[in-house]
Design a binder for this molecule. Structure first.
Ligand code: SF4
Length: 372
């Protein structure tokens, strides 16, 4: 797993994974941690699915997964593939034929749980097709769908049960002669998730896809994912990540990048520092901060923006940022780094702030243009 800079706390003795490729995206072996998501559109509705994938791609999604519930959904794969620019993983449960046919239809990777495909022979047929088409398989073990024998042995879906199921399935496929594999072990319980990945990371060099399943809505899901993924990533465990939220998947991408940014693993888009406000704030900072956040989503550069309520901490934070504002009484100061640029009335604060952000973005782009 690569490190963004020396401030990171990630140790050197992290999980060393083998490299696989999903489409043109390299995973494992020190490549950047990849951000994934899953569509929540009906896969039969190609137009809506493609539109959602385009929006997710713009937000920073690097690999997308779609559900394949039946053969009609398989028919959508080539149509979706030709309209998108990021690798496509198909998600299959129960019916091995859907896995075989989705590989033939052009999937860049399939996600299966060999435990629910109906036996070794059927899994072998899937593995042989993946080998023939040279695409990787993600073995996805989930606490809700552990095989009977493992459930019997442990009595409940604990971390050890998840890890044993994952390692059994991994061995099953590796014994069939196939090594282009990725593993995920998901539980909705944070501590179970952490422990299960920690066990598996000690025992295999297969790349690991991290996630907490059914994590919940924006607040619960963000907290659970941040703790589980944060703890694992800080140990150097994890090659791809997905934050699962009962929300628009675009928000999953934003949360995923914030986790990576906080750990100084990867940066994408602006970092926004904003204060919670208190009795000293005399402007409507919430609405300004929200508008800045919306605006910043379309900026891909890792600039730092500060949106602060008053002059107590405001100017200090604003000066540390590339562009900052600090509220006053019905007005505010606009900063560019150390420099106070001007004082503007509150009703012009957002526009004047954005004017400076746009100028900065243009300077970055001009510089990049000169280099290339
Ligand atoms: Fe309160 Fe000012 Fe700090 Fe914001 S910056 S929390 S308004 S003291």
């Amino acid at each position: 797993m690569p490190l963004m800079n020396q401030n990171t706390l990630i140790p050197n003795n992290c999980h060393r994974s083998r490299v696989i490729y999903v489409g043109n995206v390299a995973i494992g072996g020190g490549n950047p941690v990849v951000v994934q998501s899953m569509t929540n559109t009906d896969t039969h509705d190609v137009e809506s699915t493609v539109k959602q994938i385009h929006r997710l791609t713009e937000a920073g999604c690097e690999i997308i997964r779609i559900a394949i519930p039946d053969m009609n959904a398989v028919a959508s794969i080539p149509l979706i593939k030709q309209a998108i620019s990021i690798p496509l993983i198909t998600d299959i449960h129960f019916d091995w034929r859907l896995a075989v046919e989705s590989i033939k239809a052009g999937a860049d990777c399939i996600r299966i749980n060999p435990g629910n495909l109906g036996g070794k022979e059927k899994t072998l047929a899937v593995v042989k097709t993946a080998q023939e088409y040279n695409i990787p398989i993600r073995i996805g073990v989930n606490s809700g769908s552990l095989e009977h024998s493992v459930r019997e042995k442990y009595g409940h879906p604990c971390a050890e049960a998840l890890a044993e199921s994952a390692l059994n399935n991994l061995t099953l496929i590796e014994d069939m002669g196939y090594k282009k594999l990725k593993l995920s072990l998901k539980s909705s319980d944070v501590l179970t998730t952490i422990k299960a990945y920690e066990i598996v990371a000690q025992k295999t060099d297969v790349p690991l896809h991290l996630g907490v399943t059914e994590a919940g809505g924006l607040i619960a899901g963000t907290v659970k994912s941040s703790i589980a993924l944060g703890r694992l990533l800080m140990q150097g465990i994890g090659d791809t990540i997905r934050v699962s939220l009962t929300r628009d998947p675009e928000e999953e991408i934003q949360v995923a990048y914030e986790i990576l940014r906080a750990l100084k693993i990867r940066e994408r888009g602006p970092e926004i520092i904003s204060c919670p406000t208190c009795g000293r704030c005399e402007i409507d900072l919430f609405s300004i901060a929200e508008r800045v956040e919306q605006y910043a989503r379309k900026i891909p550069y890792p600039i730092k923006l500060a949106v602060m309520g008053c002059v107590v901490n405001g100017p200090g934070e604003a000066r540390e940022a590339d562009v900052g504002l600090a509220g006053g009484k019905g007005n505010g100061l606009i900063f560019r780094g150390e420099k106070i640029l001007r004082k503007v009335p509150e009703d012009r604060l957002f526009e004047e702030f954005i004017k400076e952000v746009d100028l900065l973005v243009k300077q970055i782009e001009d510089k990049q243009g000169q280099k290339s």
